[in-house]
Design a protein around this ligand. Structure first.
Ligand code: NAD
Length: 391
């Protein structure tokens, strides 16, 4: 079929297999072309099909030659529906990894569930024995716990409402939005979904099954950002979940057996960040400023730096609170001063001079395999792609 983007709100309901494959290939080429540290050899990536998790898997495989087990939650094509882009990304990653002689297998299902943890651990024990690194990169709207309770995360403030600018990307209009405070129950649910409980469940399950090396590294991702986004993010309901994630890292390290880290990453267009009010306008201004200063990075550049420079360089490089800071370039004074000035001035009439909306759009479409170089989007293609190893 000929596959075109169908955008509804913050997501695109179609994905292009050849475009996804090309974008995965580009990320692999990026890692291959850069020098490699000595790193882990058997890596589990939870949330491995898109964004930071996919880039982590690619980096581990192509920087260190690591065997990777990925946990994803994606759908194959069915009838007139394309597969999800995470499905196509994973099919492509496995195809390239296998051709390059790298072990790569994938478990598809709800990473929060006990069943998927057990299946994944069985696979690890059977094929690679133990993992020496665990990347936890889930970004999910909800989680069902073992007792059947479903928790839904919210993107709201804590305490007071917050009004600031936001963008209607479809109509290219800047307007004010007021984000309402989350209730206590909503905050607790957000912490359940995006906090550290499930991360620790994974590590505890791996330890109990003797499927993780002693002193293995585990990392999960967080975000801090500038003041304008704080009420919405760092001090908001998602920020409470990220605080919990950080506390969980400290707890896991203190318990022993693993060294757990939080990596504070750069703001980037992903399926998850597109849904946060205020943040997409900030990202489009940030893209413009960082590109002008030649310091813009995407997921693969960030994850390459994380693994080769911050985690597996000569020593682990952290800030005074033991967090890894990949937002170092984003948070530089000269970048933030310019972003702030543009933020104050921006309105619907000057969007083109004050923000990189085209860059934002391009990255958004690329999440779904559109706007890749060299792909003929008018051509017929087969929507059915198989993931060689799928469990
Ligand atoms: P993403 O949406 O691109 O990727 C999330 C991944 O999780 C996808 O592969 C998805 O399929 C998978 N997933 C979701 N629910 C799942 C489930 N139940 N079982 C198995 N897999 C599931 O998101 P992202 O932006 O790469 O986010 C990853 C992490 O990075 C999150 O913790 C996020 O908060 C953090 N982070 C993101 C940004 C940003 O700007 N995008 C910045 C800093 C930190």
């Amino acid at each position: 079929m000929v596959i075109k983007p169908k955008v509804r709100g913050f997501i695109c309901t179609t994905a292009h297999p050849d475009g996804c494959r090309e974008i995965v290939r580009e990320q692999i080429e990026y890692v291959k072309a850069h020098k490699h540290a000595q790193g882990p050899k058997k890596v589990l990536v939870v949330g491995a099909s898109m964004g930071y998790g996919l880039a982590s898997r690619i980096t581990a495989a192509y920087s260190f030659g690591a065997a990777t087990v990925g946990v994803i939650f994606d759908k194959p094509a069915s009838g007139a529906r394309t597969a999800s882009s995470g499905w196509y990304n994973t099919a492509a990653f496995e195809e390239f990894a296998n051709a390059d002689g790298l072990y790569a297998k994938t478990v598809n299902g709800d990473a929060y569930s006990k069943e998927i943890k057990e299946q994944t651990i069985r696979l690890i024990k059977k094929d690679i024995g133990k993992v020496d690194m665990v990347v936890y990169s889930l970004a999910a709207p909800r989680r069902t716990t073992a007792d059947g309770t479903m928790y839904t995360s919210v993107l709201k403030t804590v305490g007071e409402p917050y009004t600031n600018k936001t963008i209607d990307l479809k109509n290219r209009v800047v307007s004010d939005i007021t984000v309402e405070p989350a209730s206590d129950e909503e905050i607790q649910a957000t912490v359940k979904v995006m906090g550290g409980e499930d991360w620790k469940d994974w590590i505890d399950a791996l330890k109990a099954a003797d499927a993780i090396e002693d002193n293995a590294v585990t990392v999960a991702y967080s975000y801090i950002g500038p003041d304008i986004t704080h009420p919405m993010y760092a001090d908001g309901s998602i920020g409470k979940a990220k605080d919990h994630l950080f506390e969980t890292a400290k707890q896991m390290t203190a318990e022993g057996g693993v060294r757990a880290y939080i990596s504070v990453n750069k703001a980037l267009v992903t399926q998850s960040s597109a849904a946060i009010p205020i943040v997409p306008l900030y990202i489009s201004i940030l893209y413009k400023v960082m590109k002008e200063h030649n310091v813009h990075e995407g997921c693969i550049e960030q994850m390459y730096r994380l693994m080769n420079e911050k985690l597996y360089g000569e020593s682990v490089i952290t800030d005074s609170e033991n967090r890894i800071r990949l937002d170092d370039l984003e948070m530089q004074d000269e970048i933030q001063t310019e972003v702030k000035k543009l933020w104050e001035e921006i309105n619907s009439d000057n969007l083109d001079t004050h923000a990189d909306l085209d860059g934002y759009y391009k990255d958004f479409y690329r999440l779904f395999g559109f706007e890749a170089d060299g792909i003929d989007y008018e051509a017929d293609t087969d929507a059915e792609r198989s993931i060689a190893s799928i469990v």
